[in-house]
Design a protein around this ligand. Structure first.
Ligand code: KG4
Ligand code: ZN
Length: 333
């Protein structure tokens, strides 16, 4: 079964073709670099960019997959969570195509897409696993019992971890979105240079908080001269990253132990972080746990994960009605 996936929940216009929820035939992503000059995503501009790029991105996906629309058996599109304008562009485009060609349609929760990214790539990942979704908009620890059966163990009380990376990167003059650049800079810095706070680390709950850490970095930077900032930049980046990542790893490892779950899967843009991957691997291997994360192209927002999640959803529940709407604060559970 061939599924066409469409993803436009934030600032990536993406289309993909996936066979049987497993084999990626095309995965086209067009990132909107225009937002970097505003230091964040401007929803109105994002919507207009999606309108301009959705058709060429969709055409490119079909071409790369070597199929035409008549061969598509299912169309899946993200209907939330995300920015309302951007969501509506992709969802309406997908529903229009499906309606006009009489192809079944399914709406997909973006977070379920991130979870499925790991199933797409790692056939050996147990259906029952622990998932850490870490992106620009989310920080969530989820027990996945099977596809569609989720228990939320904890989430952030304030900022998402990716948001904290982006804000600190901006303070360090690394541009927007700066998570990946901060990661790279941190590799040449000393993670013990400044002891930034580890929020909620000692609490046994699985909740996270990142606004205090971001403020601590801002206050530290305020006291520095320009020369000091220049000399300490890599050390500050590494120190911030260590504080942000340590809490994620500690809580995930604790949850895996408490729930007796062997497999842990990272997803979302921050799953690309090198320190998160290495520290999680190190701590999990002590207890014999296994770590999985998708390739970078499936970590950040993409439509292959939406097509695969759509395929599973369709197998489980059949098609959705065309009156299904975009829901900016759509919940996973
Ligand atoms: O999943 P994603 O593409 O979009 C959302 O759904 O939010 O995640 C984007 C986020 C951004 O905050 C970006 O800075 C962050 O992921 N990110 C990283 C890295 N690569 C991307 N953060 C830390 N280290 C990285 N290597
Ligand atoms: Zn995402």
């Amino acid at each position: 079964m061939l599924t066409l996936g469409i993803e436009t929940s934030c600032d990536e216009t993406a289309a993909a073709v996936v066979r049987d929820g497993q084999e990626v035939l095309a995965n086209i992503i067009s990132s909107q670099s225009i937002h970097s000059k505003f230091g964040g995503v401007v929803p109105e501009i994002a919507s207009r960019q999606h309108l301009k790029t959705i058709l060429p991105v969709y055409e490119k996906a079909l071409k790369e997959a070597g199929v035409n629309l008549d061969e598509i058996d299912l169309i899946a599109a993200t209907n939330g969570p995300g920015l309302i304008g951007p969501l509506l562009v992709g969802l309406t485009f997908a529903k229009g195509l499906a309606f006009a060609r009489d192809i079944p349609f399914v709406a997909v929760n973006h977070l379920e897409g991130h979870l499925v990214a790991n199933l797409l790539e790692h056939k050996e990942l147990k259906r029952h696993h622990l998932a850490l979704i870490v992106s620009g908009g989310h920080t969530m620890l989820v027990e996945v019992r099977d596809f569609g059966e989720y228990q939320l163990l904890g989430a952030t009380k304030d900022d998402a971890v990716g948001e904290a990376f982006d804000k600190v990167a901006k303070l360090l003059g690394l541009g927007y979105p700066g998570g990946a650049k901060l990661d790279k800079l941190a590799q040449s810095g000393n993670p013990s240079f400044v002891k930034f706070p580890r929020a909620l680390r000692l609490e046994k709950s699985f909740e996270f908080s990142y606004s205090g850490l971001k403020t601590a970095v801002a206050l530290y930077l305020k006291k520095l001269s320009e020369t000091e900032l220049k000399n300490q930049k890599a050390d500050i980046a590494a120190s911030f990253q260590e504080a942000a990542i340590e809490v994620l790893v500690d809580k995930t490892v604790l949850a895996a132990k408490q729930k007796n779950i062997s497999d842990v899967a990272l997803s979302g843009g921050v799953a690309a972080n090198s320190r998160l991957r290495s520290l999680m691997q190190e701590k999990l291997s002590i207890s014999g746990g296994r770590l999985f994360y998708p390739d970078i192209k499936l970590c950040t927002d993409n439509a292959a994960m939406i097509a695969a999640a759509g395929f599973y959803r369709y197998q489980k529940n059949g098609p959705d009605e065309f009156n299904i709407d975009a829901t900016p604060y759509l919940k996973l559970v």
